[in-house]
Design a protein around this ligand. Sequence first.
Ligand SMILES: N[C@@H](CCC(=O)N[C@@H](CS)C(=O)NCC(=O)O)C(=O)O
Length: 223
Amino acid sequence: MTAPVLFGAIYSVYTRIARLALAEKGVAHRFEPVDIFDPPSVPAEYRGLHPFDRIPALRHGALDLFETAAIARYVDEGFAGPPLQPAAPGARARMAQIVGLLDAYAYRTLVWDVFVERVRKPVRGEPVDEGRIAAALPQAARCCRVLEGFLGGGDWLAGEGLGPTLADLHAAPMFACFRMAPEGASMLAAHAALDRWYRRMAARPSMLATPSPMIEGASHAGA
Ligand SMILES: N[C@@H](CCC(=O)N[C@@H](CS)C(=O)NCC(=O)O)C(=O)O
């Protein structure tokens, strides 16, 4: 079968999660840029791949997939390389729980309410909604507290006995954004184990190989 094709944007948090899974597994693939925040540039073919107009999506032979958690799971289960999910049902379910809570409770808060408001809007010359940031911080703190609890003194969110799992790969791009805001950096510093976890993740070759232009400071409208 031909190599998988990942459609997405290098500035995108969710695309980065999929790229991390591909990199951690060492899967050769093609990257097809789709700038979802510039609708006229999005190829018609892509609209057929993702019925909700988001990125990323993955094509592998006859299989088309959207939703990052599903893509990352397929990358782990469909290819050789180090396992990114615990084998034991309980540990695997806990990993899926962390991925779910990141999607449901962390992404919008950490990325849109804090990072985009505090870091991206000034770059774009847009007014910052201080109320939105202030309202998000308790939820951000709750995310930090819960995730730190899952670390439980270990190195990874759900991977005792393994290296990082899909939970770590899901979380790291969100925290890469969050910590760019002073509020995020100080909140991470106040959660020492989570801060150490982030530094551990940030040093991985997969993270170093998938830098986000937004985090390096280049201007872009999206998140
Ligand atoms: N549930 C989707 C979320 C993907 C998502 O929200 N991607 C963002 C970029 S990081 C996007 O496409 N945003 C476009 C928009 O909000 O219009 C997944 O897990 O893949």
